[in-house]
Design a protein around this ligand. Structure first.
Ligand SMILES: [Zn+2]
Length: 487
């Protein structure tokens, strides 16, 4: 009889299906079938560990809980953060998996020194997908989920203090011109759920708000739009959303050209920005909206820099020098953004930076991840509810599980940031994870709770505490302060 905990330090991923826990373990466990027992808190349960899906790496195992050994409800001692949620659970094994999930965040590879630095540092994540999951599947941002990368309890456990609360309108809404309505619906739900969780999270409209909210022990959420507020770029609509609290806006309509700015990943319509696009940029400057050029074409980025009186950011990005794809940025453009005081946020996944995983995924899916051909073919006959049904299954967006031997380690990932620092300097790099937006995470990272692995890898690389703090949040806060000051 082995204890599940013996396997635990190496467990790569897990998910729950009924009373069965599926475990993905990076090494094959010898023997066809071995039994494990679990001792967590006061709970004890017996599992059969059954190898599944032969040939896959990491190996997948099914751990089936013996019905007789299911822990009695009365014996369970809930963890404080999830106690209220767990009390509502009827299935005892679901209660158990929540405990298992909580343990997954405590990665053995993080030294006490790195954990301390990470906890004390101000961590500001430039791109975190929120609310689409709840919009399409119900639930609340304040509850703990067993899958996906983020929820409020796990953001706290990952040491996050502030984040861009990204509202994502998918391209599927474009053919019918539902994009503004869809953003309105996401806003409605986001404001309601943030309000319901006001003891844990609050909307920040400027940098002082972030500091005030953090001082009160709450997470600061900066409302951020991915996928365009309105394909025509009507500045009146922009002002309306600004009044609702929107403070960061992606200029292009995700991977599609809109009526005023070209995207990285669709045929150019304007060779950058048209006159109306320049008006939108000026209005964002006037209002104090941070301009995000992730997903923009090279010309759009270049021309935005020429018009904007404020620094700009690319919230979740990679470098063409490492993976030559249009979604990534040239060194030259990175230098120009930095020269104007802006920052480049680095996406936490493999797809942007790791050519091997990029090729593996493209081959597996039969297309590149920014492919937009479907938008052009999109039917303008679908109702908004039909589109909802069509897009719902992709949320929360977690990348496929990449082959272990191809994945970057946290040290490899920090190597990407290191290259960027050599190009633009330590004042112009930031974290822009894209959690729940589809990244294939570095090896050993399961969700937002794995962020201290990055701090650990930075310390291993010999970075000063000051440099690590700048990367984790200081740089992004500096730019956000500059743009929103006095507004
Ligand atoms: Zn994106």
């Amino acid at each position: 009889m082995k204890r599940l905990r013996d396997y635990w330090t190496g467990i790569h991923n897990h998910y729950l299906h009924g009373p069965v826990v599926y475990l993905c373990y990076p090494r094959r466990i010898s023997g066809q079938r071995s039994a494990v027992s679990v001792q967590l808190q006061s709970e004890r349960a017996e599992f059969d560990l059954v190898p599944g899906l032969p040939g896959t790496r990491p190996a997948r195992y099914r751990a089936e809980m013996h019905a007789a050994a299911a822990p009695a409800k009365a014996e369970r001692r809930p963890l404080s953060a999830e106690s209220s949620h767990r009390r509502k659970l009827k299935n005892p094994s679901l209660g158990l998996i929540l405990l298992l999930s909580a343990m997954a965040g405590l990665d053995a590879e993080v030294s006490p020194q790195a954990q301390k630095l990470h906890n004390e540092a101000f961590v500001f994540d430039g791109h975190v997908h929120m609310i689409t999951r709840q919009f399409y599947h119900g639930g609340d941002i304040g509850q703990r989920y067993a899958d996906g990368h983020v929820d409020l309890p796990r953001l706290r456990e990952g040491g996050v203090d502030a984040f861009m609360f990204t509202l994502y309108v998918t391209e599927k809404y474009y053919p019918q011109r539902y994009e503004t309505k869809q953003l309105m619906r996401l806003f409605d739900l986001a404001l309601a759920q943030i309000g319901r969780n006001r003891d844990k999270i609050e909307i920040a409209l400027n940098a002082n708000d972030i500091e005030r909210i953090n001082a009160a022990g709450r997470l600061a959420a900066v409302l951020d739009l991915e996928g365009s507020f309105d394909l025509d770029g009507d500045v009146g609509v922009l002002r309306g959303f600004h009044r609702l609290g929107l403070r960061v806006v992606q200029l292009p309509a995700h991977n599609w050209a809109n009526e005023y700015a070209d995207s990285c990943c669709a045929p150019a319509k304007w060779q950058g920005l048209n006159e109306h696009g320049r008006e939108v940029v000026r209005e964002m400057n006037r209002l104090g909206i941070l301009i995000n050029v992730s997903h923009a074409s090279d010309q759009t980025i270049e021309q935005t820099l020429a018009v904007s009186t404020h620094p700009i950011v690319a919230t979740h990005h990679g470098m063409r020098a490492l993976n030559n794809i249009p979604r990534n940025m040239t060194d030259e453009l990175m230098k120009k953004i930095a020269a104007r005081g802006g920052v480049i946020g680095f996406q936490i996944g493999n797809d942007f930076h790791n050519r091997k995983i990029f090729e593996w995924r493209s081959q597996r899916e039969g297309k590149v991840f920014w492919d937009t051909t479907e938008i052009a073919r999109g039917k303008a006959t679908l109702s908004i509810f039909e589109i909802d049904k069509l897009v719902a299954p992709q949320f929360p967006m977690v990348g496929p599980e990449g082959p272990d031997e191809l994945l970057m380690s946290p040290d490899d990932w920090v190597g990407v940031v290191d290259r960027a620092i050599q190009v633009v300097g330590e004042d112009h790099v930031a974290l822009g994870s894209d959690f729940d937006g589809g990244p294939i995470l570095p090896r050993g990272m399961h969700d937002v709770r794995g962020l201290p692995l990055i701090t650990e890898a930075m310390l291993r690389r010999g970075y000063s505490k000051q440099r690590i703090r700048k990367f984790l949040g200081g740089n992004l806060l500096r730019v956000f302060r500059q743009v929103t000051q006095g507004r």
